[in-house]
Design a protein around this ligand. Structure first.
Ligand SMILES: Nc1ncnc2c1ncn2[C@@H]1O[C@H](COP(=O)(O)OP(=O)(O)OP(=O)(O)O)[C@@H](O)[C@H]1O
Ligand SMILES: [Mg+2]
Length: 352
């Protein structure tokens, strides 16, 4: 293993960062601190401002309102090549006629060195992405995943303190994505720098990130560790965006909720009156019809490999349960009735 291009991770601070395109308010006073060495994801639907945020950090977009600081230094007016940051774009834009080695060396264009020094640094970067031995190939002689790894090496060869990744796996098929997700995670640990990762894929953000920010039309709705944001979403938007969610109208008082005609114990916090209850499908416990807290009709039972998805109905409300296929008999039969138990800690009460 060669010397690693480790530089420590940069700390990124966004303060009241706003962006307008014409009259469109694309980023609305974003406040965010990304700690040194974190794998931090920006997650949100198309058009919510993820790429714009990255471009402001990377220096491809002028900072007009608010501030971007990296390791305490204000980045306003600092050109991209003078920032301790590098970017991997979704379309990895390799030069088709250059070899793998020359594509990676292109990353060093702002830091020219001797030929030997360049070759050494290119070799190290290729080793990081497990592509030694591919130096002389052209991009068309590589798979999509290998091309993306060349793009990563080209960014890492500069030894940035921060790597910005804009949907870097977006062009790859599902299976290859999963392989590269694991590799990227390992690479992050190895280089020890800060990764800011943009994705609209919630599973990707949940599995890869130390922390993530859920964005919605130019705002940050919630920031936290994947498990915290998934288990304790701050609002309906976050609950709905992250994973499958049963969101049901209810009435809360101290110690519980009235939900679909049943009284159910739950931690209601300071919420009382009309509210929305979140139950993740995997927390719905299916039991015989007469023994559950709720009684539902079973509309569909869908086998999905590792789990079975059960679509339920209670009056006008449709619910979903996900039951692991662990060998135990399933209480639900299509067209029949089933009971549902909701453990108190499975309910999250969201103020309306
Ligand atoms: N150069 C531009 N001029 C005008 N509007 C722009 C420009 N770039 C982006 N926008 C608008 O700003 C908003 C945010 O765009 P952005 O590219 O940051 O979204 P995104 O979250 O990255 O979306 P996606 O997941 O589709 O890549 C969108 O409504 C987009 O149309
Ligand atoms: Mg984008």
């Amino acid at each position: 293993m060669g010397e690693q291009p480790v530089n420590g991770g940069g700390r990124i601070e966004l303060q009241a960062l706003s962006k307008w395109y014409g009259s469109q308010h694309v980023l609305d006073a974003i406040d965010l601190v990304i700690e040194p060495g974190e794998f931090f994801s920006l997650l949100g639907p198309s058009g919510c401002g993820k790429t714009t945020t990255l471009r402001l950090i990377g220096g491809f977009e002028e900072i007009e309102h608010g501030a971007v600081r990296i390791d305490g230094v204000d980045m306003r007016g600092v050109p991209p090549e003078r920032r301790p940051v590098n970017t991997v774009f979704q379309s990895y834009a390799l030069f088709p006629h250059k070899t793998v080695a020359d594509n990676v060396a292109f990353g060093l264009r702002f830091q020219p060195g001797t030929k030997a020094e360049t070759a050494r640094r290119v070799g190290e970067a290729l080793e990081l992405v497990r592509l030694n031995g591919y130096e002389a190939r052209k991009p068309h002689q590589l798979s999509g995943g290998q091309q993306q790894r060349v793009a990563l090496a080209r960014s890492l060869v500069l030894r940035p303190k921060v790597l910005l990744l804009d949907e870097p796996l977006g062009a790859l098929d599902a299976k290859l994505r999963r392989v590269l997700q694991v590799e990227l995670r390992a690479l992050h640990r190895e280089v020890g720098i800060t990764f800011v990762y943009v994705t609209h894929d919630q599973e990707e953000a949940l599995t890869m990130s130390d922390r993530l920010a859920v964005m919605n039309t130019g705002r940050v709705e919630q920031v936290g560790a994947p498990r915290d944001v998934y288990d304790e979403p701050a609002n309906k938007y976050v609950a709905d965006f992250l994973g499958l969610a049963n969101l049901l109208p209810a009435t809360a008082d101290v110690g519980g909720v009235d939900l679909l005609g049943a009284r159910i114990a739950a931690a209601t916090g300071s919420t009382t009156g009309a509210c929305t209850v979140l139950v993740r499908p995997e927390r719905m416990q299916l039991v015989p019809p007469d023994s559950g807290q709720l009684r539902c009709s079973v509309e569909h039972v869908v086998f999905a490999g590792a789990a079975t998805h059960v679509h339920l109905r209670s009056g006008e409300h449709v619910l979903q349960a996900v039951v692991p296929n662990d060998g135990s008999p399933l209480a639900a039969v299509e067209g029949g009735e089933v009971g549902v138990d909701l453990p108190p800690d499975a309910l999250r009460v969201l103020a309306d």
